[in-house]
Design a protein around this ligand. Structure first.
Ligand code: ATP
Ligand code: MG
Length: 195
């Protein structure tokens, strides 16, 4: 599961757990992005903070792991490269799934390199409110495997959580308390860097 995780929240965690069970996965690897291509318009919190928040949030789940693959790779992060890297790392016998929100799968698949994703992995697209699943028909025709999955807690977003921190509105029940404490301790979203 790739993401900026700025910060990680219950939407991500619920989605990962649901995918684990519904698709009978051995584990879910959370992979915080290094320099996300699509988010260059705002200051993204340092990779090290995002990595640590992801570790804190997932620590209690024996089936969750966090990968440094993207944050240790210099330059902009392309999801296509990460999927190829995972395939190289695990070999051809392992079944790989890429878990994303349905909106994000759409972003990935509209890239020019997306043709090379056919057969590389199966996408698990968690549906967010208002998302039209019929949109994937064309990708499926191109040989890209996309499964869909309905998840609760879909309205939670990192963007909203960042504004809540900077405006001192409640964040309880949106993300793990340990992550909220880490954010407070390091004053990550205190100065209006929420957009
Ligand atoms: P931002 O608001 O900064 O865009 P975000 O909440 O969308 O953040 P990301 O780190 O961008 O979080 O998302 C990582 C992955 O998790 C993406 O594939 C995204 O679609 C998915 N995702 C984000 N929020 C949810 C949610 N509430 N439920 C399910 N999937 C989600
Ligand atoms: Mg997002």
């Amino acid at each position: 599961m790739g993401g900026t995780f700025d910060p990680i929240h219950y939407g991500h965690l619920v989605t990962a757990e649901e995918a684990l069970v519904q698709f009978n996965l051995d584990k879910v690897v959370f992979m915080p992005t290094g320099m996300p291509v699509r988010k260059t318009h705002r200051m993204v919190t340092s990779a090290e903070h995002r990595y640590l928040m992801t570790v804190i949030a997932t620590a209690s789940n024996p089936d969750f792991e966090v990968s440094r693959l993207e944050i240790d790779r210099p330059g902009l992060t392309y999801t296509v490269d990460s999927i190829k890297a995972l395939r190289d790392l695990h070999g051809s016998q392992v079944e790989l799934y890429f878990i994303t929100g349905a909106d994000a799968v759409w972003d990935i698949l509209t890239w020019k390199e997306s043709a090379s994703l056919a057969g590389a992995c199966t996408f698990i697209a968690a549906t967010r409110p208002g998302f039209d699943l019929g949109r994937f028909a064309e990708e499926r025709e191109r040989g890209i495997l996309i499964e869909t999955m309905e998840v609760p807690a879909l309205a939670i977003s990192s963007t909203d959580i960042r504004s809540r921190f900077s405006e001192r509105r409640p964040v309880r029940y949106l993300l793990p308390e340990s992550v909220a404490a880490y954010i407070e301790k390091n004053r990550l979203y205190a100065d209006g860097a929420e957009s």
